[in-house]
Design a protein around this ligand. Structure first.
Ligand code: ADP
Ligand code: MG
Length: 503
């Protein structure tokens, strides 16, 4: 039986001339380990450094140089595996993947083909419409990144920058469980969120620290379920792999385009060739890079320079004990402890720093009110100015005291926005602002009564009308609020006005 939480509630269907088609997608995400040093050398991984300034002899593949494993990188891979609730393999091994390319001085990449460090795990993918589903992770292995060839600096020469050579990557391979472009993007977003919570990868796609190879095939309705029940890939269509995508938008566009290209071929009576393609965002199309026939023969073999990697269960347990609260758990806790709506809890936990800020604002206060203020006022304002939470001029403590002032009835929601504005632009303390600017809500019934009496006395014609039609009482409330500069407690004013008019 198929567990429904593992199937997509919203698979993308594309109508063709010969009937409907469905999409099947599997992602290979390359996540750069957040480590100061490379996987097998002590060279720095700093981004944007002077070309070829972060290159150890072993990165440059000088004769006789031997790789030495960086324990910290291994730890991050294990941490990532644990964060994806995956099996951790106490024994794994490194293999050489041989190919010739100028940015790969060794002539091979050290990777893990046969025995990866992490086995099966899963990622809960949430869609914007409130639906969620599980995507299976097949494995995570550790490998070296390559350098960078630069072809556009000189008309006659190519350059190579080896700073990236040997940087540790985690390749996170999903099962073909992703069923549409939006789901693919949501999967990458969720994966990035988990990696950032764990601190194992900074997830900066622009710097290339997170990139995805996207495998796409199409099939007929029902075929995917047959594959899931039998585990027989024969039910699925032939896939193409689109290499090196580093933007959510491009991932979606490339999948959409690639699926339509395959459908056109199939409907024309042709067959899809398994090949590697490149996406061209300018033309919004994928182009063949190499077909399976001309695919590299990588001549994988166990790396003779490195012993198999054996780790202790105690070490794994210690890493597990040090894991932070992860997004799914944090979100569930926010919903439970602060009474938040699912959507608000997702927004607040999307980023770990945002979540921490919210928690400080909400702790011991009205959680829903706090969520409203953090999301709508603060995030809205920060976004407009392109600021992150750490740059917020209003601290969590300050926003917390605004929430308290509202809850206590000291200020109305409207005045609170004024206080927030002053606090945001000047950095002043909300309690002090309310005091100094005399913004405290008037709850003193004597003062409110005087204001109500004055408005009634000044507007005899309106009083006449309101007595005939009680709905018009609202006008008096408005006048009193205006007269008190918005500081009167609206509820008290309302009651007072109705009592006076009714009498
Ligand atoms: P390879 O060894 O050629 O890279 P893998 O079996 O490791 O192939 O699969 C690579 C990726 O392709 C995985 O993410 C997997 O889920 C995905 N994949 C496999 N078959 C299909 C298919 N028919 N359609 C879409 N994706 C697929
Ligand atoms: Mg692969």
């Amino acid at each position: 039986m198929l567990d429904l939480s593992y199937t997509s509630p919203t698979p993308k269907v594309i109508a063709g001339a010969t009937g409907d088609w469905e999409l099947v997608i599997g992602l290979e995400v390359h996540a750069q380990v957040a480590s100061k040093a490379k996987l097998f050398s002590g060279a720095s991984t700093q981004f944007g450094a002077e070309p070829n300034s972060n290159v150890a002899f072993v990165d440059a593949a000088m004769p006789g140089m031997l790789p030495v494993i960086n324990e910290f990188c291994v730890e991050q891979a294990v941490r990532t595996g644990l964060g994806l609730k995956a099996q951790i393999n106490l024994k794994s091994a490194f293999d050489r993947k041989n190919y010739f390319y100028p940015d790969l001085p060794q002539g091979y990449q050290i990777s893990q083909l046969y025995e990866p460090i992490v086995g099966e795990g899963e990622v809960l993918v949430e869609m914007g419409d409130g639906t969620a589903r599980m995507v299976r992770v097949e494995r995570i292995h550790i490998e070296q990144d390559a350098g960078k060839s630069i072809h556009d600096m000189d008309p006659n020469m190519s350059f190579v920058d080896l700073n990236r050579t040997g940087v540790a990557l985690m390749e996170i391979v999903s099962r073909p469980d992703i069923r549409g472009p939006e789901e693919a993007a949501a999967y990458v977003v969720k994966l990035r969120q988990i990696l950032r919570y764990l601190g194992t990868c900074d997830g900066n796609m622009q710097n290339g620290n997170l990139r995805a190879d996207v495998n796409v095939s199409v099939c007929r309705p029902g075929d995917y379920e047959r594959y899931r029940e039998t585990n027989d890939f024969g039910h699925l269509g032939t896939r193409c792999e689109i290499k090196n995508m580093n933007s959510m938008r491009f991932i979606q566009a490339a999948i959409e385009h690639e699926a339509r290209r395959q459908i056109a071929i199939l409907e024309d009576g042709g067959s899809v060739d398994q090949e590697t393609r490149l996406y061209d965002p300018d033309k919004n199309e994928t182009r063949s890079m190499r077909s399976k026939e001309e695919a590299h023969d990588y001549r994988y073999f166990p790396c003779p320079d490195l012993l198999p990697l054996e780790i202790e269960q105690d070490w794994v347990d210690a890493i597990k004990a040090s894991l932070p609260e992860l997004p799914d758990e944090k979100k569930a806790r926010f919903i439970k402890d602060f009474g938040l709506k699912d959507y608000d809890a997702s927004v607040l936990t999307a980023d770990v720093a945002n979540a921490a800020y919210f928690e400080e604002v909400a702790r011991g206060r009205d959680g829903k009110l706090a969520a409203n203020w953090v999301i709508n006022e603060l995030f809205g304002r920060l976004k407009k100015e392109d600021h992150t939470i750490s740059e917020s001029p209003v601290s969590a403590a300050a926003l917390g005291s605004i929430i308290e002032l509202i809850s206590k009835g000291d200020i109305s929601g409207k005045i609170a926005k004024e206080v927030f504005e002053i606090a945001y632009t000047t950095g002043r303390d909300p309690v002090e602002i309310v005091e100094t600017e005399g913004l405290k809500q008037v709850t003193d019934t004597g003062a409110i009564e005087a204001a109500v009496d004055k408005v009634i006395a000044d507007n005899p014609a309106q009083v006449e009308k309101a007595r005939a039609n009680p709905k018009l009482a609202g006008w008096f409330v408005g006048q009193v609020m205006k007269a008190t500069g918005g500081k009167a407690n609206p509820k008290a004013v309302n009651e007072m006005v109705r009592a006076k008019l009714g009498g």
